[in-house]
Write a protein that binds this ligand. Structure first.
Ligand SMILES: *Cc1c(COP(=O)(O)O)cnc(C)c1O
Length: 362
């Protein structure tokens, strides 16, 4: 079989070492003679697993002590509803910053639960180049219970690298596609959430990092599974949790900790993205339409500006083992998702293919 590199936007590739460990332990976890997915979530061994996962993730991502980490279900979309249910309190209104598809979708869902103002923070210039035009909201934030934004728009490949200034207002971030990709000052945030299936583990589990003083303010009609206080008091286990997904996340955390931690992850990610964008910058065949300062380190979008040629690119790349490069259907073109688990060799293989394809088709 040819070497395969999987550029899927999500569910995305997992570290090979983690998959190998899971395979090795599958039939006999912790000398139990059963797999981890067959034991009680309330049993001693599984409780030890989640305690260690909490500790490892906290250490890895530098999460301060006054934050709780919840491991929930329902994906990021579940949180689109849970956020307003838990955080709308005194002022009854939230601000949603729109930088693309996911932040817009979060705003749309929030409208079902509270009053919101939505503010577009991107612009497109005469050449079609998209950039984020505003990150300081300190003069308007005070009237809101919280300000929501998406740190990395997975579909377009727009990343907001500067943390928005919202004064003393609670800042909430959807980090589904760039959590754990670089060092970030957690103390600037009230809530951070992410579906696991991009950078943390498999689909089925969602991580919510919530500052303790924001817990216990949910609307009365909030379903228990979405209520941060109820879940925090029950170790995120008011119903049976996705134990196998939780286990895989715990292996990912351990793997990252033992291979240099977040600093090493960040360095690897920056050099992968740099190589790809450097190649795109000098190319006259491919184009990326995101302004330099907002180019995503995780999701690199590019196009030949010709739908037929794009389709040919994707088909030929797939045949060469470079999988899932087709851009999202709302945007077309190509997208290479190069999350933490993508090795630098995968990026080099992609660039070599791009170069060959450009020469053959220009
Ligand atoms: C993938 C993604 C989502 C949707 O996640 P689900 O877990 O499928 O609900 C939301 N926001 C961002 C930024 C994403 O990348």
């Amino acid at each position: 079989m040819t070497q395969v590199y999987n550029f899927s936007a999500g569910p995305a590739m997992m570290p090979k070492a983690v998959l190998e460990q899971a395979q090795k332990e599958l039939l006999n976890w912790q000398n139990q003679g059963t797999s981890v997915m067959e034991v009680s979530h309330r049993g001693k061994l599984f409780m030890e697993l989640i305690t260690q996962a909490d500790k490892d993730f906290r250490e890895l991502f530098h999460i301060p002590d006054n934050y709780k980490i919840l491991f929930l279900q329902g994906g990021a979309r579940g949180q689109f509803a849970a956020i307003p249910m838990n955080l709308i309190g005194e002022k009854g209104k939230a601000l949603y910053l729109n930088s693309g598809h996911w932040s817009g979708t979060a705003a749309k869902e929030a409208r079902n639960f509270c009053e919101i103002d939505e503010l577009s923070i991107i612009e497109t210039d005469a050449n079609g180049v998209i950039s984020v035009n505003r990150t300081d909201f300190s003069n308007i934030a005070e009237q809101y219970d919280y300000v929501h934004y998406c740190t990395n728009e997975t579909i377009s490949g727009v990343e907001i690298k500067e943390i928005p200034n919202v004064g003393n207002t609670v800042l909430v971030a959807d980090m589904s596609s760039n959590i754990l990709s670089s060092k970030i000052d957690i103390s600037k945030f009230g809530v951070i959430y992410a579906g696991a299936q991009k950078n943390l583990g498999p689909a089925g589990i969602t991580i919510v990092i919530v500052r303790e003083d924001l817990i216990g303010k949910a609307r009365k009609d909030t379903p228990s599974i979405w209520n941060y206080e109820v879940q925090a008091n029950a170790d995120s286990m008011i119903n049976t949790p996705p134990t196998f997904a939780w286990y895989l996340c715990s292996l990912v955390f351990k793997h990252l900790l033992t291979t240099g931690g977040l600093e090493a992850v960040e360095q690897r990610n920056l050099s992968k993205a740099q190589r790809l964008y450097d190649y795109l910058n000098q190319s006259t065949f491919y184009r990326n339409y995101i302004a330099e300062q907002n180019r995503s380190v995780m999701n690199v979008t590019f196009t030949t500006d010709n739908d037929e040629l794009n389709a040919k690119f994707v088909a030929e790349a797939t045949a060469c083992g470079l999988q899932a490069l087709k851009g999202h259907k709302v945007l077309g073109g190509m997208r290479a998702s190069i999350y933490n688990a993508m090795p630098i060799e995968g990026v080099d293989a992609l660039i070599a293919f791009m170069d060959k394809f450009a020469k053959e088709n220009s």
